[in-house]
Ligand binder design. Structure first.
Ligand code: WT7
Length: 659
């Protein structure tokens, strides 16, 4: 986030009350109602969640114990039996929702498809049987590497139905990144497509899977391929199967597996401070309940709403707020394959107009890109169906918030700025749109049942309006249970950064935050070496190790600098090996190399060659100084933390010369 953003956030005093017509219809319809829910949950979180779990979900067997908390390991609804695909599908079939649209899908080329709950249920059951045909059993991990087509959601729900944890890998990740994730999860099956449409091009996916499996991931026995782009691909005999062929012979009857509340639902990889992405583990019962409740209250879902979250299913937002949360509520969830592109910069607004979207949830980086394209584009469409707007992924600057409010929301729609993470599974700090007045740039207040605080490095509470670390002080139903295969990393990353508070361990989110005098939270950004580039999370060390795998790179330091549209832009400082010399071609080659190692989202914006990097005596790169130098800021902070402080002046001079 840029200095000017922080500055404008510090000065922001505007307050927007929920429009009374909106509040009247909302389930949580006043500040008082929110505060009552919050107080009730705080007084007895377990009773609060148990009451909702009973009321809102279907259980094959009720739990014996609400919470088993053996820090840092939590179990929710211990002994309870349920299936999230049953909650998302079967239970709606005996109601008038049976023939309601569950998924409305719009493809980038303009093709479209609607699946009612009954149709979606049938497809999911069939596909569950297709996987069974190939020997996939409860507990087996399944990789999903797909474009934004209904089959992605069908695959996820089918995995949940048979109890095979899925691991969705974003389609923008490279073959290498896919391979790493499939290996870590020891996936037995991969579900993919020939390709998908992205910015008017057919982007190959199956070819990437082939590469990944050539290079590793030996546990993968089968690959299922959806035909989407019809581009030519190679099918490996015995290993690769067409989705449509398997479906032909699969029965549409497949009872949902009885799952334990704590059985793993999915693993989703995300970047952290160290090189290797971590497999965040989410389980069934708590995740189902929390994504259900947050969808219901934050998005104020009504039976007739068309709800659209623009995320990709490859991210947690897609898991929780395209698939599981909305479908558990019996809502209509819109899925769109495309992205705003030069040939159609107004495609989002066309989709809203075409389907009469009522609730629209997107990312600040997208909003900033829309601002740049000009308001004539949305103004030329009828957006009057909208009644609620949301944002997620990074701090939203008040200017972007005001534009969203004025141009897209016509000053009529409340905005929910939702703070959460892959690890939290669901939205943690957010306005409830009929209850909590909003301030542009603030995620406002914690969801009922979520006990958050702002503390210093020692765990002491900090006064209002001074920055600190965001911590969560009590387990919540959808919190990550562990890092897949690495419980020690789970403990160290999240539970040992901040000392115990009142004898209790606290969850460290990795974000800095300020709480104001009204109890509103203003998220300032990451405090670890994690970058947020156009809403995508990337680790400095992950990029450094990608660069290091190029034969010319001796060492590198990678950081993010403020970017007007993307929030942050990646800058790499690279020390070359002796037999390599700096050139524009090498810059191109290194950028290409990072794309091959991780994916296009990780492509550095700038690469600077240098002979030195600022390091501590123990050899750690001091990225804080790199950030200041790359952003052309004055070097502030204790220079003596760097073993050879003259390095800083040298680097600064080098960069100044290049600008
Ligand atoms: C990080 C988590 C969970 C949704 C997508 C991102 C940043 C997320 C907000 C917000 C300010 C936000 C934080 C967080 N972030 N939402 N509303 N305001 N910052 O998930 O990839 O796990 O990234 O995104 O820095 O820690 P993720």
């Amino acid at each position: 986030m840029s200095e000017t953003t922080i500055e404008s956030i510090l000065q922001e005093t505007r307050l927007f009350y929920p429009p009374s017509e909106f509040a009247q219809e909302a389930e949580i319809n006043s500040l008082k109602a929110y505060e009552e829910h919050y107080a009730e949950a705080k007084a007895d979180p377990q009773a609060f969640w148990a009451k909702l779990a009973q009321k809102e979900l279907h259980w094959f067997k009720k739990w014996d114990q609400v919470l088993d908390w053996q820090p840092p390991f939590a179990k929710w609804f211990v002994g309870g039996k349920l299936n999230i695909s049953y909650n998302c599908l079967d239970r709606h079939l005996t109601t008038p929702r049976r023939n309601k649209a569950a998924i409305i899908w719009e493809g980038e080329p303009g093709d479209s498809r609607t699946l009612t709950y009954a149709q979606l249920h049938r497809e999911v059951c069939q596909f569950a049987n297709s996987m069974k045909q190939l020997g996939v059993k409860k507990g087996d991990r399944v990789g999903i590497y797909m474009p934004m087509i209904p089959e992605a959601a069908i695959a996820m729900l089918a995995c949940a139905r048979i109890g095979a944890p899925h691991s969705v890998v974003f389609g923008g990740f490279s073959a290498e990144a896919l391979k790493d994730r499939l290996e870590d999860a020891q996936a037995k099956l991969v579900i993919t497509a020939d390709g998908g449409f992205r910015k008017d091009k057919a982007v190959p996916l199956k070819a990437q899977v082939d590469l990944a499996l050539e290079h590793g991931a030996p546990t993968v026995e089968n690959v299922i391929v959806v035909q989407r782009t019809k581009e030519p691909i190679t099918m490996v005999e015995g290993r690769d199967h067409w989705w449509h062929d398997l479906q032909k012979t699969s029965s549409p009857h497949c009872p949902a597996e009885i799952m334990d509340s704590e059985d793993t639902l999915f693993i989703l990889y995300t970047s952290g401070s160290t090189g290797k992405p971590k497999g965040v583990v989410h389980t069934t019962g708590g995740y189902n309940l929390y994504t259900h409740m947050t969808s219901k209250w934050v998005f104020d879902l009504k039976e007739t709403d068309v709800y659209w979250c623009t995320a990709d299913v490859g991210w947690i937002t897609g898991h929780s707020y395209i698939v599981y949360g909305p479908l558990s509520n019996g809502a209509t969830s819109l899925m769109y394959e495309g992205a705003p592109r030069a040939s159609n910069p107004g495609c989002f607004w066309d989709v809203i107009e075409k389907y009469g979207v009522n609730i629209f949830y997107t990312a600040p980086t997208a909003i900033r890109a829309f601002i740049k394209m000009g308001e004539d584009i949305p103004n030329a469409r009828d957006l009057s169906s909208l009644r609620l707007l949301g944002t997620v992924g990074e701090p939203i600057n008040p200017e972007a918030w005001m534009w969203y409010h004025r141009v897209i929301g016509a000053e009529r729609c409340p905005i929910v700025d939702t703070w959460w993470q892959t690890e939290t599974g669901g939205i943690m700090v957010t306005a409830l749109p009929g209850a909590i007045p909003t301030k542009p740039g603030s995620a406002t207040r914690p969801f009922p049942g979520i006990i958050v605080d702002v503390v210093d490095k020692q765990g002491n509470p900090v006064p209002d309006n001074t920055g600190g670390y965001l911590v969560v002080k009590y387990p919540w139903p959808s919190m990550l249970r562990t890092v897949y295969g690495n419980p020690e990393r789970f403990r160290k990353t999240y539970w040992e950064e901040i000392p115990h508070i009142d004898g209790q361990p606290v969850y460290f989110a990795g974000d800095s935050v300020r709480r104001d005098e009204d109890g509103y939270f203003w998220i300032m950004g990451r405090v670890d070496d994690v970058m947020n580039v156009a809403g995508h999370r990337l680790g400095s060390m992950e990029l450094e190790s990608a660069l290091k795998s190029h034969p010319g790179v001796a060492e590198s330091g990678v950081i993010g600098i403020p970017d007007e549209i993307k929030g942050e832009e990646i800058v790499a400082f690279v020390i070359l090996k002796n037999d390599f010399s700096p050139s524009d071609d090498l810059v191109k080659e290194l950028k290409q190399h990072v794309m091959e190692e991780i994916g296009a989202i990780a492509r550095p914006g700038e690469i600077y060659f240098t002979d030195v990097l600022p390091k501590t005596r123990s050899g750690k790169i001091v990225r804080r100084f790199l950030r200041q130098i790359a952003a052309g800021q004055e070097i502030v902070g204790d220079r003596s933390t760097v073993e050879d402080p003259t390095v800083l002046d040298k680097l600064e001079a080098e960069i100044r010369e290049k600008h």
